[in-house]
Design a protein around this ligand. Sequence first.
Ligand code: PGA
Length: 270
Amino acid sequence: MRTPIMAGNWKMNCDNEQARELAAAIAQNAGDMQDCGVILCPPATALTMVQAAIEGTNIGLAAQNMFWEEKGAYTGELSGPMLRSCGCKYVIIGHSERRGRFGSVADDFTAELQKIFGDSDASVNRKIKAALSYGLTPIVCGGELLAERRAGQTDSVVKGQVQAAIAGLSAEQISPIICAYEPVWAIGTGEVCDAGEANRVIGLIRETLAEAVGSAIAEQIRILYGGSVKPDNVRGLMEAPEIDGGLVGGASLKADAFCELIAVAAQVGE
Ligand code: PGA
């Protein structure tokens, strides 16, 4: 039995005061949650503030990205040890927005955004290795673009992303990783993936992991769904047997909505 996880990815939202308020409200409501893991992923500027607000609760702290080097002349980047010193236990790696693949920003600037954010399969792999070496649990993201889905490439894209992400890692290194299937067309668009289809693709991710680590370990790995998870669609998603929780953007910015998602995941997971 896999304990579900609800991770709130705040993206580039919340100044420090807003972050403190949001984290405190979630901690008050869900701080002692046992049946669902709760992870908050604030912007880097608010990590310390949020850590103070969740101190002593069961809620975990995650960063939204990291660089693989330990320290040095990498202006604007953050290392694993820095994130650890802010209280992080987790780090999101390879979110589609960091790969420059956006569901909701369909403008002429997309190619430029890909260069600016620029995570690739290779950099995702290096970041995962670095995160693990610094004692951070990676939340590894992947998912297909709408054009890839329309072209019938969903399975090959997702499988390829998973294989590239875990390349060169031992079964022991892979076993604590958390994965997230996030179809890019469903992120921030309000268009959720059908629970049956999300369940199918997550099953494929588990099979791909099993090819590398064997099915006993793959059965233990938590694989989340992300993309427009909301209180009105969360139950169907959480009831799907392969889906072990959610990586939530928009709905994680409201304490009431996010706590409702946590409550449903905990209830369904029982
Ligand atoms: P969304 O974002 O819930 O706003 O669609 C999900 C994510 O990008 O993690």
